[in-house]
Design a protein. Structure first.
Lengths: 115, 116
């Protein structure tokens, strides 16, 4: 069965520092992969997605992610974090069974930004 | 344009009561999903509609949970005989369900259900 793992439950970075959030997947074929962000009391907002092609994908709010098949990873990065980036981040992938595309989510990484 | 909306935003009920949670998807999106998010966890899939029919209800935890989408647009998640363990945020998402772009789901703000 497909699975998505986020090894880090909680990360704290200083404003202006760089950020990398880890995501590992377990899939047989080339997966589709997503990163979502959830601010307190808000729904999930799509940051970026990987379907195929260029393994470095750019998203909104200055985020990017790199798909590395050899490491089964899709880590999220940002060169300089802003205080408003404090939120919960989820990596996700669809099941790709039949026509259903239900998403399997990681357990999330909570980002805290110190000033 | 309007995004996915969910009502109510918060629902407090007593153990054993019946609740209905409503989801209004993005206009034109044929696929609709319900997820449940418990505290400190990622969302977990409950049920998926393609049009009016439930294409995959494998995530519903038991027969107290039921969902409908009678006209292929608005969906209602129904929970009978609520239990304290049902307390969670219930998220709805929709997608255009065409090609690779159909895998991108747009989420509503969720309904926070608290069972006392």
């Amino acid at each position: 069965a497909q699975s998505v793992t986020q090894p880090d439950i909680h990360i704290t970075v200083s404003e202006g520092a760089s950020l990398e959030l880890r995501c590992n997947y377990s899939y047989g074929a080339t997966p589709y992969l997503f990163w979502y962000v959830q601010s307190p009391g808000q729904g999930l907002q799509l940051l970026l997605k990987y379907f195929s092609g260029d393994t470095l994908v750019q998203g909104i709010k200055g985020f990017e992610a790199e798909f590395k098949r050899s490491q089964s990873s899709f880590n999220l990065r940002k060169p300089s974090v802003h205080w408003s980036d404090a939120a919960e981040y989820f990596c996700a992938a669809p099941s790709l069974t039949g026509t259903a595309s239900k998403l399997t989510f990681g357990t999330g990484t909570r980002l805290q930004v110190t000033l | 344009g309007a995004g996915v909306s969910q009502t109510p935003s918060n629902k407090v009920t007593e153990k054993g009561k019946y609740v209905e949670l409503r989801c209004d998807p993005i206009s034109g999106h044929t696929a609709l999903y319900w997820y449940r998010q418990s505290l400190g966890q990622g969302p977990e899939f409950l049920i998926y509609f393609q049009g009016t029919g439930a294409a995959d209800d494998s995530g519903l935890p038991n027969d107290r949970f039921f969902a409908v989408r009678p006209e292929g647009s608005v969906s209602t998640l129904k929970i009978q005989r609520t239990e304290r363990g049902d307390s969670a945020v219930y998220l709805c998402a929709s997608s255009p369900s065409r090609g690779a772009g159909g895998y991108e789901q747009f989420f509503g703000p969720g309904t926070r259900l608290t069972v006392l």
